[in-house]
Design a binder for this molecule. Structure first.
Ligand code: GLP
Length: 267
């Protein structure tokens, strides 16, 4: 695992989007794993800008989202389908047939989850999985005690997750689905590369547990420590509790792979 600390949220978002853009340019048939949430909105703004101004081409790219609420149709404004359409799909040249999210309306959820895994396998697996970090340490909707080898399945959401995501439902927890289909931790760990983006002081404590704490199903993001190619891009606010801050900064300032990005900070 590599942790990269950038001065501001904007810098962290830009770096994450640059890393994705670079991969997409080098492999047009890229399979991109997508995440939702407030943190990701900035990444999608930046990818849309790269498409508009730098002709970043998504035409042969396939996307797979981590999760979707059970019981919300794709045209519900609260669904992750709608989120993705708003923030990315409507703004770049992705072929609609190449964009995938679990179907939260499926009559047979187990079959839908197996089908989703099958689709991922068919395209050769996810090349890069973008991830956010939930307040309770989840990746996707892998809530505490999710098996670290879990596969795509329906999962009950915790009260903490319901509270965190209530603002997207007009602040009304009663309107929220209680379950979601999510890629499993095991599914996520099979991505060839993982990129987790974490910003803001509200994530500082859980980020430290995920990155530097023991690997535990109580904080499913901690399973990323097992991944052979996982980068965690954070801003200063999220980084405050990290014990290895000095070392992480040294890496960004000295490792050759980061040279093209060092000059780019907008501070
Ligand atoms: C939801 C999503 C996660 C995301 C998390 C954090 O729970 N299922 O994939 O990482 O939100 O979102 P935010 O960026 O809004 O804090």
């Amino acid at each position: 695992m590599e942790v990269i600390i950038r001065p501001t949220k904007r810098d962290a978002i830009r770096l994450a989007a640059q890393l994705i853009g670079k991969e997409l340019k080098s492999k047009p048939h890229f399979v991109l794993g997508l995440a939702t949430g407030a943190t990701m909105a900035g990444v999608y703004d930046e990818l849309a800008r790269q498409h508009r101004e730098e002709h970043l081409d998504f035409s042969r790219c396939h996307t797979f989202n981590l999760d979707e609420y059970v019981g919300l149709p794709p045209d519900s404004p609260y669904s992750y389908h709608a989120y993705m359409h708003r923030h990315l799909f409507s703004r770049v040249n992705l072929a609609p047939a190449n964009t995938h999210l679990p179907d939260g309306m499926a009559a047979d959820l187990k079959a839908e989850c197996a089908h989703y895994e099958q689709l991922i396998r068919q395209v050769g697996g996810v090349d890069l999985q973008l991830l956010g970090l939930g307040r309770d340490g989840h990746i996707g909707f892998n809530e505490p005690l999710s098996a670290l080898r879990s596969r795509t399945r329906a999962k009950a959401l915790t009260p903490s997750t319901l509270a965190a995501n209530a603002p997207y439902f007009g602040g009304d927890v009663a309107k929220m689905p209680r379950r979601a289909i999510t890629m499993g931790v095991g599914t996520i760990l099979e991505a060839h590369r993982c990129l987790m983006l974490v910003t803001g002081d509200s994530k500082a404590a859980i980020l430290a547990r995920a990155v530097e704490g023991p690997i535990t199903s109580m904080v499913t993001a901690s399973a990323l420590q097992l991944h052979p190619h996982c980068q965690v891009v954070v801003d200063e606010e999220a980084a405050v509790n990290l014990q290895g801050q000095a070392y992480y900064r040294w890496i960004f300032e000295n490792e050759p792979e980061w040279a093209p990005y060092r000059a780019d900070a907008e501070v």
